[in-house]
Design a protein around this ligand. Structure first.
Ligand code: CAO
Length: 413
């Protein structure tokens, strides 16, 4: 292999022209006419094509450098026999490639004419790519100097559109805002879990026609029972929180309302009813939300469930959950009861058809037997897929759940 210096050819006598874009990098295989640089003088923006073919060995210029005719752009590794002597600076060689003028105020170059918008700043390569992909350059956010659209801007635009098509297809893009214009900022990458769960939540939000039914359960008796049992249970190293009772009540409700323990098949024509009751429980971890699944909740006792829940949530927080432990759920529970809030609208965890949100219980005056009484009320928020579940069934399910939680013996039997 021989090497050859690739130099700036005749650029119409302009000197100290600023490099505003470097279009190749070390290791790139380039051909004759591959665009190497974009230069910007007072009068025009130009793209410099390569005079040779080979592999880029070393770059000699970067964005912001000033170049003139004869400045070395890069060192090219060329195939033996193809290398010629470096082109002299003053050589007005016939082989010297022509420079394409893009946004010159003079006559526009042919490449520039391929693409329509003339009021955007972009080089011929960018315009050509935009033309080939049918991209309207006016929609691409420029990040180059003087609002110039760079090749990377096109790449980012296409990536964003593909991501959008994968989720919401055809939705208008969120505006690109330069937040630093308004004050100090810091950019933090999203965790792997956040990126994954974010994609799923977005898809579920768009795919499912959600309805959220709110309700309240009187858990005064249940709480008295829980507090009574708590110390005894804690001796066995287990924490008995309201969530375990809620899981049991949900299992009973799923048994009574099988359409909640179901999934739509992929063509949306059939409902697949499940004969098992596995419940996913959303766990908040430092990396984001994960949903381990507790299997056969209907067949397990309160203590067994409490033990399993604490093992799974511990594993979730230590990032030790296996894929298997997060699969096979029929219904999900998202409990924010340990944190606070009065109600929220959880997003259905597709392919499940419903999810229960639990908020923090509080003592409220409840009118009973012709007087107000202080009762501990638990707020419930049931979101469901309206393609599968009717509003009346949503109300029946939450009423059933409230009854189950109000009468503790229902859960113990
Ligand atoms: N009302 C009042 N108090 C409640 C309650 C409720 N609904 N639910 C729990 N509590 C109490 C518990 O009894 C416990 O109090 P004590 O320590 O005095 O007994 C305290 O709140 C903390 O409970 P916990 O959070 O440790 O336990 P849990 O069984 O309720 O929940 C888990 C376990 C793993 C679900 C929970 O820790 C968690 O991660 N929750 C967040 C889930 C989440 O982020 N969901 C959002 C999904 S949508 O983006």
């Amino acid at each position: 292999m021989a090497t050859k210096n690739i130099i700036v050819p005749d650029i119409g006598g302009a000197t100290d022209v600023v490099v505003i874009e470097v279009l190749v990098k070390v290791g790139d295989a380039i051909k004759v006419d591959t665009s190497l640089l974009t230069l910007e003088s007072d009068k025009a923006t130009m793209e410099v094509p390569s005079s040779d073919e080979g592999i880029v060995k070393e770059m000699k210029v970067k964005v912001g450098d000033k170049v003139s005719q004869g400045s070395t752009i890069l060192v090219l590794e060329v195939a033996e026999g193809k290398a010629t002597a470096p082109m002299p600076v003053n050589n007005k060689a016939a082989e010297a490639p022509a420079v394409v003028s893009v946004t010159s105020n003079a006559a526009p170059a042919p490449v520039a004419e391929i693409s329509s918008p003339v009021d955007v700043h972009a080089g011929p390569v960018v315009r050509k790519i935009a033309h080939e992909f049918g991209i309207d350059l006016k929609k691409v956010a420029p990040t180059g100097p003087k609002q110039r659209i760079l090749k990377d801007d096109i790449v980012n635009y296409v990536k964003a559109r593909l991501a959008q098509a994968a989720t919401g297809g055809g939705l208008p893009a969120a505006p690109t805002v330069d937040f630093a214009k308004f004050g100090a900022i810091e950019t933090q990458p999203l965790s792997r879990i956040k990126k994954l769960s974010g994609k799923n939540l977005h898809r579920n939000w768009l795919l499912v026609p959600h309805v959220t039914q709110f309700g309240e359960a009187d858990i005064t008796e249940l709480e008295a029972f829980r507090v009574e049992q708590k110390a005894m249970v804690e001796k066995q190293g287990v924490k008995l929180t309201p969530l375990v009772f809620i899981m049991k009540a949900v299992a009973a409700a799923l048994d009574a309302f099988p359409q909640f323990n179901a999934s739509l098949d992929t063509n949306g024509e059939n409902l697949i009813l499940k004969k098992y009751i596995h419940i996913g429980v959303a766990v908040d971890t430092s990396e984001g939300l994960v949903v381990p699944v507790v299997r056969d909740v209907d067949k397990k006792g309160l203590l067994e469930l409490a033990k399993e829940l604490s093992v799974l949530s511990e594993k979730a927080r230590n990032k030790q959950l296996t894929a298997n432990e997060m699969q096979g759920g029929c219904f999900s529970i998202s409990s924010l009861g340990g944190i606070g809030g009065t109600a929220f609208t959880p997003i259905v965890n597709v392919p499940e058809v419903a999810i229960l949100g639990v908020s923090k219980s509080s003592i409220k005056p409840v009118y009973k037997d012709e007087q107000f009484m202080p009762r501990l009320m638990l707020p419930l928020s049931l979101s469901y897929d309206h393609r599968v579940i009717d509003g009346a069934d949503g109300a029946r399910f939450i009423t059933y759940l409230s009854t189950m939680l109000s009468e503790t013996r229902n859960l113990l039997l």
